[in-house]
Design a protein around this ligand. Structure first.
Ligand code: FAD
Length: 409
């Protein structure tokens, strides 16, 4: 597939690179070490227009393309290869876009401008302890009483639990709960904008916990229990009992950005390795790069990354065609295979690259000082699961190619 960016996209890429070199590169290690992204960086990212990029200007967004959002996630992850800042940014773009697509005007008007400015966070809260891959099997439930939904249940492994509590306005998640009869399978889930802290006030019925992660330290992971938590009906996203379909669209959007973050981080690792391999000399002054066993592997890994990059850009262009250009020949499910290919390949290429680069660095790679391991641990979170486990990507591809009835036997 031939690929090129538009002039606007090139200009945008340069501006994000300049921003990232100036404000992110000098502090990414510190952020990973201290487990927090300073609020003044988040604020600067908001001022730079790095949140809510694909959200309409009417709701405070940039009205930009999804390709621009993808470019931003990739570039930011290059300058923060531990990926916390890129993930913060991509969540704060992908899920606001999903809200923009299906939320009420009132909720969008309230939430999206605060996300765009950096004062609030808006991520995804889907996973429950019995298995994140089984989205239809969630147990959280919400019952309507007048104009309010009373929500109960527990979510686990949710990004942004600390940030929602600490940001000035707060924020929350694209949240899923059962609202219909249990016999209806996946057709009994409703999506809501869940805002446990909003306009600076923590609401009753929200019991958060925080976990300790092994990587991407700057962004928190945690869980929460809702006990009779009240959600006004204006925060319902789309029609009742259709939340499963909206969240699948949201996952497709967010997975492309996840793939982009893995690409940026892995490219950083390959660039570090290039310098190392060209300069490290042994066996009578031979450069490491001169050994075929090394440079062939370098070429193979680059090929893997480039293939994943093309999958990712193609998927991003399709999002623009479907949602921005409203191409009548495309449906949301046409994104399934292109997106799953990108999410399948990019994190796995990244982790393979990190494992090889760590070996090329020898013992130094194993030392904290080299910082290579930070990207390894950060990108590994996307091989494990966040925004969908790898086998779920395989399942989507196989199901759409072979037909669901042939793989469910
Ligand atoms: C750092 C991090 C951040 C996260 N942030 C969020 C967040 O913000 N919001 C949120 O909702 N969730 C979040 N998650 C959770 C994430 O989405 C889940 O990890 C993911 O959906 C997988 O669920 P699970 O971990 O429960 O694993 P499981 O679903 O239990 O899967 C375990 C293993 O079984 C495999 N598997 C599952 N089903 C099948 C099948 N049918 N066929 C073959 N193999 C299968 C999977 O590939 C996986 O390897 C985060 C996770 C991490 C690691």
């Amino acid at each position: 597939m031939y690929f090129e960016f538009t002039e606007d996209e090139e200009i945008f890429r340069e501006s994000v690179e300049e921003f990232s070199r100036r404000y992110i590169e000098p502090i990414w290690v510190d952020i990973d070490e201290k487990n927090t992204i300073p609020f003044d960086l988040i604020k600067k990212m908001g001022e730079q227009g790095l949140f809510a990029i694909p959200v309409s200007e009417e709701y405070g967004g940039m009205g930009g393309s999804f390709m621009m959002t993808t470019i931003a996630a990739e570039v930011i992850a290059y300058y923060d290869p531990a990926v916390a800042i890129a993930v913060y940014m991509l969540l704060n773009n992908g899920w606001p876009m999903a809200l923009d697509l299906y939320g009420t005007d009132e909720a969008k008007g309230e939430i999206l401008p605060k996300v765009a400015s950096g004062d609030a966070f808006f991520g995804i809260a889907s996973t429950e302890s019995h298995g994140g891959s089984d989205v239809a099997g969630i147990k959280s439930f919400a019952k309507k009483e007048g104009d309010v939904w009373i929500a109960n249940g527990e979510k686990v492994f949710i990004s942004g639990v600390r940030e929602v509590q600490e940001l000035p306005a707060g924020g929350g998640w694209f949240y899923l709960a059962k609202t219909g009869s249990l016999d209806w399978g996946h057709r009994n889930i409703t999506a809501f904008a869940l805002l446990p802290k909003w306009n600076g006030k923590l609401k009753d019925g929200f019991k958060p916990t925080l976990y300790e992660e092994i990587g991407r330290g700057g962004l928190s992971s945690g869980g929460f229990i809702l006990e009779d938590f009240e959600i006004e009906d204006k925060y319902r996203i789309g029609e009742e009992n259709k939340g499963f379909y909206y969240v699948l669209e949201g996952f497709n959007i967010a997975r492309i950005l996840v793939a982009a973050a893995c690409l940026g981080s892995a490219q950083w690792a390959l660039d570090q390795a290039a310098e190392w391999l060209k300069n490290r000399k042994l066996f009578n002054g031979r450069r490491l790069s001169s050994f075929q066993g090394i440079h062939f592997r370098y070429a193979e890994l680059y090929a893997e990354l480039e293939a994943a990059r093309l999958f990712t850009y193609r998927a991003a262009r399709l999002v623009d065609k479907l949602y921005m250009e409203k191409d009548p020949t495309l449906k949301p499910r046409d994104l399934n295979i292109p997106v799953a290919l990108a999410k399948l390949k990019a994190p796995e290429a990244a982790v393979r690259i990190y494992e090889e680069v760590l070996k090329w660095y020898g013992a130094y790679g194993y030392m904290k000082e080299s910082n290579i391991y930070r990207g390894w641990l950060g990108t590994f979170s996307y091989v494990i699961g966040a925004e969908g486990a790898q086998n779920i990507m395989r399942l989507i591809i196989a199901r759409d190619l072979l037909g669901g009835e042939y793989i469910r036997e």
